[in-house]
Design a protein around this ligand. Structure first.
Ligand code: DQA
Length: 149
């Protein structure tokens, strides 16, 4: 059975490519989905990208991942800095969790310097633009010990 990685995205990331392109770039979430699928395939994995503007829906997706996914890559967007509910949901997931931020959150306002999700994530990528997702997928392959083709 093909093993699936959930790529979860939080609020406002549906506007990726249109929203503050000087910070987040011009690529869209569809571009991210394609890049993740390509790298996942190299490792014999599949990737499924989801986005929600609603905290509870992200919690539900993490619960769904418990049954359907072997790893989670998550950019919780603004919920990174506020959501104990998402952290708690991630604690119910048994596989690897990688956190991605498109921008370098450490170069920005101080409220972006703290991440609840980092308390659970095996690794964090920030400031690599949307390329960070593909890098995280590559790392996921390593963590799940699958050899690239
Ligand atoms: C973000 C950084 C967050 O601080 C911000 O709220 C986002 C996107 C990033 O990808 O750089 O919406 O997670």
């Amino acid at each position: 059975m093909t093993r699936t990685i959930y790529v979860l995205n939080g609020p406002n990331l549906n506007l990726l490519g249109k929203r503050q392109p000087e910070i987040y770039g011009h690529d869209t979430l569809e571009d991210v989905a394609a890049a993740c699928a390509k790298v996942a395939a190299e490792f014999g994995l599949t990737s499924q990208l989801h986005q929600s503007n609603h905290e509870g829906q992200i919690v539900d997706l993490i619960h769904e991942a418990r049954e359907k996914a072997v790893g989670i890559i998550i950019n919780p967007a603004a919920f990174t800095h506020t959501s104990v509910a998402i952290l708690d949901a991630l604690h119910t997931f048994e596989g690897p969790v990688l956190e991605v931020h498109i921008s370098n959150v450490h170069k920005r306002e101080s409220f972006r310097h703290h991440s609840y999700v980092s308390l659970r994530a095996e690794g964090v990528i920030a400031g690599f633009g949307v390329e960070g997702y593909a890098l995280a997928m590559r790392r996921m392959g390593t963590l799940l010990a699958v050899k690239p083709t």
